[in-house]
Design a protein around this ligand. Structure first.
Ligand code: G3H
Ligand code: ZN
Length: 295
């Protein structure tokens, strides 16, 4: 099976993006895996610190490995938004393929210092592991927010992106380019969309050169996502959209079968609900340059 690094290289060559979806339970993981397998595209699943605490670091790694091995399928596991080095090391040792080391809340120079140290330690533990660093401010929480944070003050500049990548030697960079974690109520209702600064993405890519990840992509305009991939984004993170689908699927299932107590009879619609969202996003991300310019 191809390595995650090769899969990112191939995505960049083809002008497509790899979908990254967070999971909090087995239903979400199964739905993400099934959607990717149906579409025959590689996929990354992510577990943040909170998600790992709920699932278990080793249990998350074992579940993902079981899908990868049984189906010989390129599904990879990311330790999303990891704020401490011990947490990152724990995930690396448990077999995670990718670590998002997130020191973006710290002043830039301190972020550089801590991220650089994390890259060195994690690569010494597992040379093949990918490490991502973050700069800028895109807010926190893959949930439903009442108000949007002021994104303008935390946007990433091409110059700091270049300095950050050169000094830390991260494999992938997560910039702030108009993206935001979570969704506003208007986004859930479909009356508003997140918009991206495509020129900024292009300029950062030119300066920083390495792989770029777009976090906070739930609720983003489809056209902007297409353009962002063309401009240099190689991985796109979605969480809230899948969580909303999980909740809607669960509400619907409970309402439809109020007396049902058998999980495997009650819960399949939850998987279907998440699967539809993931499949739609994966189809968009894997369109390729030519299809995107035609749409
Ligand atoms: O790391 C997770 C993602 O950035 C998810 O963001 O909840 O806005 O999709 P989202
Ligand atoms: Zn994120």
């Amino acid at each position: 099976m191809d390595t995650l690094l090769n899969i990112l290289l191939q995505a960049e060559t083809k002008g497509v993006a790899i979908g990254h979806f967070n999971f909090s339970d087995f239903l979400m993981l199964k739905a993400i895996f099934e959607a990717a397998r149906d579409l025959r595209v590689p996929v990354v699943v992510g577990a943040s610190e909170g998600e790992r605490k709920f699932i278990g670091v080793h249990q998350a790694a074992a579940m993902v490995r079981s899908f990868r091995e049984q189906f010989d399928f390129p599904i990879f596991l990311n330790a999303d938004h990891t704020h401490s080095l011990p947490g990152a090391m724990e995930a690396a040792e448990a077999g995670f393929d990718w670590i998002v080391f997130d020191a973006s809340a710290l002043p830039f120079e301190e972020n550089v210092r801590q991220t650089k140290a994390a890259v060195q330690v994690l690569k010494s533990l597992r040379p093949e592991i990918l490490v991502e660093g973050e700069i800028g401010d895109i807010g926190t929480g893959s949930e439903i927010h009442d108000v949007a944070p002021d994104l303008q003050r935390g946007l990433t500049t091409p110059a700091e992106a270049r300095q950050f990548v050169e000094e830390t030697e991260v494999d992938t960079l997560a910039p702030a380019v108009g993206n935001m974690h979570g969704m506003l109520k208007s986004m859930i209702a479909g009356t508003a969309k997140k918009r991206l600064d495509i020129e900024r993405i292009r300029a950062i890519k030119k300066e920083a050169r390495g792989f770029m990840t777009l976090h906070g992509a739930s609720g983003t305009d489809d056209g902007d996502l297409r353009e962002a991939i063309t401009a240099g984004i190689t991985t796109v993170h979605i969480n809230t959209e899948a969580r909303v689908a999980w909740r809607r699927g669960l509400d619907g299932a409970l309402a439809k079968q109020p007396n049902q107590v058998v999980p495997y009879k009650l819960l399949p619609p939850v998987i279907d609900s998440i699967k539809q969202v993931v499949a739609a996003r994966l189809a968009l991300f894997s369109q390729g340059r030519r299809a995107r310019s035609a749409s």
